[in-house]
Write a protein that binds this ligand. Sequence first.
Ligand code: GLU
Length: 420
Amino acid sequence: MPQTSSTVNPFETAKRQVDIVADMIGLNGGVREVLKHPKRELTVNFPVRMDDGTYRVFTGHRVQYNMARGPCKGGIRYHPQVTLDEVRALAAWMTWKCAVVNIPYGGAKGGVVCDPKKMSKGELEHLTRRYASEIASFIGPEIDIPAPDVYTDSQTMSWIMDTYSMQKGYSVPGVVTGKPIALGGSEGRGEATGRGCAYVIREASKDAGVRVKNGTVAVQGFGNAGSVAANLLHDEQGATIVAVSDSRGGIYKADGLNPHAVEEHKRKTGSVVGFPGAKAISNEEVLETKADILVPAALENQITGKNADKVQAKMVAEAANGPTLPEADTVLFQKKVTVLPDILANAGGVTVSYFEWAQDIQGFFWPLEEVNQRLERVMVRSYADVHKVAAERKVHNRTAAYILAIQRVVDAINTRGFHP
Ligand code: GLU
């Protein structure tokens, strides 16, 4: 996975995005300010016993951005470059994301500054349980519900669910989503982000005149979201996957990679690099690959003012959060590239998280077909909603998604009124 650019502060980007839309919808004063501030933030510094018997202090954050529309929702990431401002931005994006797909949540995000690739499973368990204990009073099924994000997974969620439940004295499956099925997870949650992205690409390709069947696709970041999107575009929509990458580099094959074989290679060797028969390329080159569709599925700040002009794809579907900088957006728009913004394109994950939470609260679980059908309905409807605003207002999809989302949050804030 590429490194986050240290020069761009994602929270500045997030606030700029709010201002652009606030100007367009004539939103000023207090509500505009509310949208540019996180509601609550918690930073914790905590010791973790490492395998060699020493203790190290780690820093973690949890930011609850806005809860006007319901409990806060959003993942927890483990990454050496986590900062409070990054977590704030990601929490803001979760707020707009939940509003775009119209699920009854506000937005939150968590992050721990650590390098999970250099930690053992035992160390990760200690870190997760202690972080969960530190934020336990801040989260809960009716307050704030964490989920997996970069370098966290269903095992991480199991430890958080267990730690929280031990404090309560009873099992609370609804405190986190993205759990294994055995602990109250939902069918289909594991692949929901990539699946949702594939549905949005399918719908948008009809309007944008971009071919998916026999079209070519490049995927930056062959992790959970990117690999599932590649598999589904290949298997269900007949696309040719020409390039993929991960943090160690990229691979290219003009006549197509079998994404399942690449996945297997990555499972065995830890990376897509070295996949037999493919040409080695850099992570940056994946973004500039000649392909009909580009799926950035890694970290933020990847498509910038410097490389946007080199993007050759006709469609960019953001499976990652925040991969495109605002100045790059302008360039892509001028080049008539159809951008499917993160808050729409990767909202499948949180949508099935919502289904998981709803199932946990009812204690009644749905079969996979039902989960996928409901997910498809939400993604198809949400894309149509965004496309309608884009056509009516003659703006690109990102602005349209923000108008839709921010208007929904503003309506909730105004309808509730201000306390006291
Ligand atoms: N981390 C995912 C996202 O950025 C999922 C969040 C969730 O399911 O709450 O959308």
